[in-house]
Ligand binder design. Sequence first.
Ligand SMILES: [Zn+2]
Length: 154
Amino acid sequence: MPESESYKKEYSWNLDFAVNLGDVHRRFFEGLEEKQMVGNECPECGNVFIPPQPHCDECLVETTGWRETDGHGVIDSYVVTYFKFRNMPDPPYVTAAIRVGESETSMLHFVGGIDYDDGEELMEKVETGMDVAPVWSDDRDGSIEDIEYFEPVE
Ligand SMILES: [Zn+2]
């Protein structure tokens, strides 16, 4: 028996938990219900953060100045997933780091609206720098799932 198999252990986690999001993130999730992606900015350096964050990473000051966007963004990087993970869609699918509006930071979400039938060609259908827009769920409740996915736009 190879050594790696002899040390193989299987575990399962199934946790229910609640998190206090605070006022900054609460405003972001409330915006999703209205098909808006809200961000904020640093009063010192002017960096914009979408989703918003309580403090600027560089200046270490509280962020201010709310920004409202329609969620259009650009793909900074992406991953094509070919393996099945629990609580995730059937593969293949694409997840991407998307920089929304004039944000300095990116957020992770699914990329859809493309033909997933030929998984081998997915790497050619998605590219960094591609413009994308959110596809909103009809049943929004102030969660990240209010955005079904981001789709490429011309
Ligand atoms: Zn700053």
